[in-house]
Design a protein around this ligand. Sequence first.
Ligand SMILES: Nc1ncnc2c1ncn2[C@@H]1O[C@H](COP(=O)(O)OP(=O)(O)OP(=O)(O)O)[C@@H](O)[C@H]1O
Ligand SMILES: Cc1ncsc1CCO
Ligand SMILES: [Mg+2]
Length: 540
Amino acid sequence: MVFAKKDVDYSLYLVTDSTMLPPGTTLCSQVEAGLKNGVTLVQIREKDTETKKFIEEALEVQKVCKKYNVPLIINDRIDVAMAIDADGVHVGQDDMPIPMVRKLLGPSKILGWSVGKPSEVETLAKWGPDMVDYVGVGTLFSTLTKKNPKKSPMGPQGAIAVLDALEDFKASWCRTVGIGGLHPDNIQRVICQCVASNGKRSLDGISLVSDIMAAPDACAATKRLRKLLDGIKYQFVDCKLNETFPTAASIQSVICQVSSNRPLVQHMTNKVHQNFGANVTLALGSSPIMSEIESEVSELARIPNSSLLLNTGSVAPIGTLKAAISAYNEVKRPITFDPVGYSATETRLCLNNTLLTCGQFACIKGNCSEILSLAKLNKDKMKGVDASSGKMDVNMLVRATQIVAFQYRTIAVCTGEVDCIVDGTFGGKYKLSSGTAGVTAEDLPCVIIEDGSIPIMGDITASGCSLGSTIASFIGGLDPTGNLFDAVVGAVLLYKSAGKLASTRCQGSGSFHVQLIDALYQLFHENKPEKWSASLRKFK
Ligand SMILES: Nc1ncnc2c1ncn2[C@@H]1O[C@H](COP(=O)(O)OP(=O)(O)OP(=O)(O)O)[C@@H](O)[C@H]1O
Ligand SMILES: Cc1ncsc1CCO
Ligand SMILES: [Mg+2]
């Protein structure tokens, strides 16, 4: 059977591994369970099987694939693929060079290549459409299936770089599947986050091994995966995403919700911020808990109206941070991420980037240096944890905030004299192949909050960190019908207004600290929009 290459469905690509079969199953029975329930492409990848056995197994699997009219790909073994007339071959970077493989296979077979970086995409683009039909993009996350991984996991940001390269080098024919460490708990996030910057393509599918091959009930496991792939919305927090534009009335309603729900805000934050953050949280009628104990994150995440502030100014062990991200994502409770000193040192860059690959954040907030660096618009390293001084161009800051919001499908906040807030959640909508239908970062809604210059806000430590506490309280306090963008904008607006009020009452930076908590307490409990001095406007 010859498959029209353009008709190949890459959405659910099963790769075999007979070393992980549960008792009572065979390679073929697991593949058939997958095919019956929505696997669209099969690859035989048996690293430790002798040739004769490999061929016997491949022929058996081929029979089943033919029954379901699904193409069969062979990993690495071009000889085996040719011997059994399989539908295609998949090779890695260290296997036989692609032009040779194509020469052996002929033009009609499907040829897949593992890629991890833009330079590899450039090469395949130069070869043109007759060479590589699809790429396996990875390794996305660490996985036990690769015994000696040569590369460290690239995360969604690495996949975005590959998708961008495919667009830049105009390799429109080339399809993509994400590979490595993909499981039901991260598939929606990966499809949602892995979109080219021009919004024109997302992954065409995902490739996985253990969730089907090692499943005691491979039928149920495949059905579950199929449902996630065919879904349209990734509801990563249990409140409304991207519905309306914030107004004074909608913010007032958020404050009412926070007042009555009294969220529990778990802080994993730096030492400097802990006491101040706890008091800010209390001023907002919420309960702070400063906890960095791995064994309790799951329990805390499950408390009604829980919310996590993850601030990397000084940090708990990375395993604890990862566990916290997973625990809150799992129960759809919000995480506010503050990548303190993001690009100040290599260590911080690496740590923050690692955490960014681990989950979905409801909000990412940073000062202008952090946001510019996250958006890769900052050539200079940060000097420390504080924003670089000097007047910033608002257009540039908005642009950076939009890029961060778009790339991480989050609400991004950039602080300074002017605060920018951009909603990049796309209402949690996701789709294979078609990206965001051409909508780009520049098209995202942006709100500006300002109240004139309040230099003393930059003269106390952890004022940005405590805005993080405020955002985490507001998001955590939302009803399921409350709106995420309203909550973040409301937090920034109330905090700025409190800063202004405190600056008129204080005598210096010491008393400003105290006055800021008083002002937040007052404005929150009064909940009167006419008392908010900061202005809210739509950017452009
Ligand atoms: N010049 C300014 N005028 C008005 N508001 C400001 C000014 N500088 C900072 N702010 C406000 O102060 C808060 C902290 O912002 P900043 O950008 O200084 O954060 P940060 O560097 O992360 O702070 P930290 O690391 O000390 O916690 C924000 O709410 C921001 O709106
Ligand atoms: C001073 C300082 N150092 C690490 S975190 C922090 C608080 C402000 O970000
Ligand atoms: Mg900060």
